[in-house]
Design a protein around this ligand. Structure first.
Ligand SMILES: *Cc1c(COP(=O)(O)O)cnc(C)c1O
Length: 436
């Protein structure tokens, strides 16, 4: 495959291949309405289980001869609709929704890795993911090798026979570095090791991991996809870029021999892991996420623009010692962000003051931005990662992940940019005022 431009991966609904992100997000697949279920906004199927005329029909559903839902841990129609919408939106072959972003990641890892395997993973990765890889999975015989994912040679060197997958984030958080997806995708295809990208902070249309060869994209839908900070959820998407026949062991290999190999991962993840581990998304969460999806492009284009405006303003501020944003020309990941992302470099900005104490004072003086440990909300949110998300990691892990005591992370919301900028200006002034 080409390293210089996206491959020609076709959307599985060829007729809709030219539709834009918002058109897809609002309409989804043409769904078949019935007399009883009128079509437009999907209903919330608040039902743990579903009735059938007789046992033969339940048996058909259980044994895969009918697609009708049986029990909501296995499939719920509102959740199914979200999965189909996300697959459509991202151009993937299939999507699987989970109770949270961590749940989606856990399902992916448990589907691809087994005892004795290794995971090659970026050092600069979400704190919860570090805990999962470093503390939980080793108890089940799966080890992780942490590397500098921005250096493809380091990834190539670490990836060997026992490597079940390579895991990176589209923009590491809070270091805000961007790997070379073209090289990593090429490496994945060469070695036959699936590349998994946690693309939570770069939802469509910002980034299409499959275009660069990534096998799977994982999103915490809690963030930009649901968008208003209403519900916790997650989803994994098979991008269609990886040939699952290259997996030689475990449930994916078994499925690739039995069914259309394009759906081998999705079927293995659902049937061999997801439905037995209980991390299902509930119908109400799926409904709110579907609603949020409709405006993801609108929100993100504004949030990215405001993030750049805020980053530029903070850089001019006399009290700020450092600004991190991959959309600033002097950021080390600026070339990668400009190459791989469309329409912006994300909406997360970090900045440093002269001390942790000063960060606390600035955060307390904010009037619009809120002190919240989340991101991707419609509201601007601020957190001090060192003492919160990363509080129980070692100093070394924290510094490797790009977390410093004197740093604040901002998730830029959809408020008017001038108000966001003005809020940070006044909060920084107040933090430096001897009476503030
Ligand atoms: C929030 C987040 C997660 C975890 O998602 P939850 O929905 O909180 O479980 C994983 N990866 C990234 C990059 C995140 O920001």
């Amino acid at each position: 495959m080409s390293t210089s431009r996206p491959n020609d991966r076709k959307h599985h609904t060829a007729a809709n291949a030219d539709l834009g992100t918002s058109t897809r997000a609002v309409h989804g697949y043409p769904e078949q309405a019935s007399d009883l279920v009128p079509d437009l906004v999907p209903p919330v199927w608040n039902s743990a289980a579903f009735a059938f005329p007789g046992q033969e029909e339940i048996a058909d559903a259980f044994q895969g001869r009918s697609p009708r839902p049986v029990y909501s841990r296995i499939a719920n129609p509102t959740v199914t609709q979200l999965e189909r919408r996300v697959a459509f939106l991202t151009g993937g072959t299939a999507a699987l929704a989970s109770a949270s972003g961590m749940g989606a990641l856990t399902t992916v890892l448990m589907t691809l890795a087994e005892a004795g395997d290794e995971i090659v993973v970026s050092r600069r990765i979400f704190g919860g993911t570090i805990h999962l890889l470093d503390e939980v999975l080793p108890r089940f015989g799966v080890r992780s090798v942490f590397v500098d994912a921005e250096d493809p040679a380091a990834v190539a060197e670490a990836a060997g026979e026992q490597t079940a997958l390579i895991l990176v984030e589209s923009i590491s958080n809070p270091a805000l570095t961007v790997p070379d997806f073209a090289r990593l995708g090429e490496l994945s295809q060469e070695k036959g090791i699936p590349l998994v990208v946690d693309a939570t902070v770069t939802p469509p249309p910002l980034f299409d991991p499959g275009a660069w060869g990534a096998a799977l994209a994982v999103y915490s839908t809690t963030k930009y996809l649901a968008g208003s900070g209403t519900v916790v959820g997650g989803v994994s998407v098979d991008t269609g870029a990886f040939d699952w026949r290259r997996i030689t062991r475990g449930p994916v290999a078994e499925h690739a021999q039995r069914i259309d190999p394009r759906f081998a991962f999705a079927a293995a993840a659902r049937n061999a892991v997801h439905i037995h581990t209980g991390g299902c998304m509930d119908a109400h969460t799926a409904f709110l996420t579907l609603l949020g999806l409709e405006t993801v492009e609108l929100r993100l284009s504004r949030q990215c623009e405001s993030a750049l405006t805020l980053a530029r303003d903070l850089r001019e501020n006399e009290h700020v010692t450092h600004v991190g944003y991959p959309g600033l020309e002097d950021h080390p990941s600026y070339p990668a962000a400009a190459r791989f992302f469309q329409g912006g470099s994300g909406a997360i900005v970090t900045f440093c003051l002269d001390s942790a104490e000063r960060c606390y004072r600035a955060a307390r003086n904010l009037r619009i931005a809120r002190n919240v440990v989340n991101l991707g909300d419609s509201r601007t949110l601020v957190v001090h990662p060192w003492s919160t998300i990363y509080h129980d990691h070692t100093d070394r892990v924290r510094r490797d992940a790009g977390v410093y005591p004197e740093m604040l992370r901002v998730s830029v919301g959809i408020e008017n940019a001038a108000d966001i900028v003005g809020d940070f200006r006044q909060a920084l002034e107040a933090a430096h005022d001897s009476t503030g």
